[in-house]
Design a protein around this ligand. Structure first.
Ligand code: ATP
Ligand code: LTN
Length: 332
């Protein structure tokens, strides 16, 4: 079975960045790879590498499951599950750590970034990439759709898999990242030098998929641009406008060039109003589908089925890995 694996942390409401960099790509990939099975999970074990409020975490987990489905994922070739409900992920993380070097982990930019913001750094934040590598290697993923920021974690996953294969014979699939051409790095609306993130304390920095229309419009109209007043794409000198053009391109399937041609003689206000309209229209069906899913109570059944399917595959892999390592005993 060919597989595609990815996860999202339940660390807050889903925003346009995660949608364009990750979820929307899954939807496209499901069409592109109908013969692959998709294992998508809510990475709650990753979320607790930083202290979280338990009640908020539980709420976000369920919401995230509904959002994934509301964004248009088909259920036929999909197993959607919660990472902590498949214990093989924790087991695999430990085994992977046995093949991961301190020096490799020390080079991870996400660790350096996140550690800097913590008073006390948990060991699990440091070993985070080993858990992530395990998530992927358990299912022999061919492809892993992620945003640009996860590239380094995919590289370390490939290195670890190759190292284990060299030692024990080829039994892990070395995965390839799939990073979208447009939308791989959507930037904050208030500071276009940093990526749009769920954990940014400034709510004005992002648009959440479930935001009300008036809020969406407000966020876009107040997004940081520049004082030149001319519309063209220049990421280095006009990062705020470039980000908005990218969002328009990703949501309307128009190229950046054609957007710039359309707006070359128009002002920022007109462009922003049109963009707000495009964002509002794109999110309408997602919001409607989300409400349906929340009301009809089907999420739990989908998550139960996903858990069973994931456990079947993952437990086999753990048993095989244990055998390779000489762990446990041979039964008569
Ligand atoms: P946090 O802010 O809590 O660290 P996050 O916003 O980075 O979370 P994740 O859940 O860790 O989001 O990421 C889910 C997926 O979405 C990953 O594949 C990630 O690369 C992608 N992604 C997240 N933010 C963006 C963004 N601004 N632009 C493009 N892709 C993104
Ligand atoms: N680390 C990722 C989330 C994540 C993931 C994964 C993505 C956890 N495990 C496995 C792809 C495959 C993040 O922070 N966005």
């Amino acid at each position: 079975m060919k597989t595609i694996v990815s996860g999202i942390q339940p660390t807050g409401s889903i925003n346009l960045g995660t949608y364009l960099g990750s979820i929307r790509n899954f939807v496209k990939l499901q069409e592109q790879y109908p013969d692959h099975h998709f294992f998508l999970f809510i990475a709650d074990l990753h979320a607790v590498t930083i202290p979280r409020d338990p009640q908020a975490l539980r709420k976000t987990i369920k919401e995230l499951a509904a959002i994934y489905l509301a964004c248009g994922l088909k259920k036929d070739n999909l197993s959607l599950f919660i990472q902590s409900e498949v214990p093989a992920h924790s087991q695999m993380s430990y085994l992977i750590q046995c093949f991961t070097y301190m020096g490799e982990l020390e080079r991870m930019t996400q660790f350096k970034d996140k550690a800097q913001k913590q008073e006390a750094v948990a060991a699990s934040l440091f070993t985070y990439p080993a858990l992530m590598a395990g998530d992927i290697l358990l299912y022999d993923a061919q492809y892993v759709p992620v945003g640009e920021d996860q590239k380094q974690h995919l590289e370390i996953t490939r290195d670890i898999a190759t190292r284990i294969n060299n030692r024990f014979g080829d039994f892990l699939t070395v995965p390839k990242p799939l990073i979208p051409k447009v939308g791989a790095r959507i930037m904050s609306l208030t500071d276009p030098e940093v990526k749009m993130s769920k954990s940014d304390p400034n709510v004005k920095s992002r648009i959440n998929l479930l935001d009300e229309e008036a809020i969406i419009k407000k966020r876009i109209m107040s997004a940081v641009t520049d004082s030149e007043g001319k519309i063209y794409y220049d990421k280095a000198n006009k990062p705020g406008l470039a980000n908005l053009i990218t969002i328009m391109s990703a949501l309307s399937d128009q190229s950046i060039e054609s957007i710039c041609a359309t707006y070359q003689n128009k002002d920022y206000r007109t462009f922003k109003e049109d963009l707000a309209e495009i964002v509002i229209e794109a999110l309408k069906p997602i919001k409607a589908q989300y409400q349906t899913l929340i009301n009809d109570g089907s999420i739990d059944t989908i998550l139960d089925e996903g858990q069973s399917a994931a456990m079947r595959v993952a437990n086999k892999k753990i048993m095989k890995f244990n055998r390779k390592l000489g762990l446990g005993r041979k039964r008569k």
